[in-house]
Unconditional design. Sequence first.
Length: 108
Amino acid sequence: MGLLCGVGIPVALLMVEPYKRNPNVKFHAFQGLFVSGFVLCLYIVLRILVSIMLSSFSAFMVDVVRIFMWIYAAGPLALCAILSLKAFNNQKWVLPIVGPIAEKQAYR
C-alpha cells in the first residue's frame, strides 16, 4: 500500500503508534519508502536524458522513446502491486538492493 501512494503512507506508518513497533510493518514501510525514492530518482534522470535526446531525434524515434517511457511507467506499477499484495498477505519479499537495507532499519 505504501508503494501505491508514494512516500506519504510509509512515513505515516512509521510514525503511528501501533504500527511503528511492529517489525513486519516497519520492514514493508521502509522497503516501500526506499523503492519509491529510487523510482522517483530514476524517473527524474530518465526524463532529463529523454528531453536531451529528443532534441536530436527524428519523429519516429520520438515515438519509440515515448513508448519506452510508458513501459517504464508500467514496471514500477507492477512492482508496487506485487509488493502490496505480499504485504497484505503477511509475506515477506526482500528486494535485492533495498530489501537488506529495509531489514536493517526495521529490526534495529
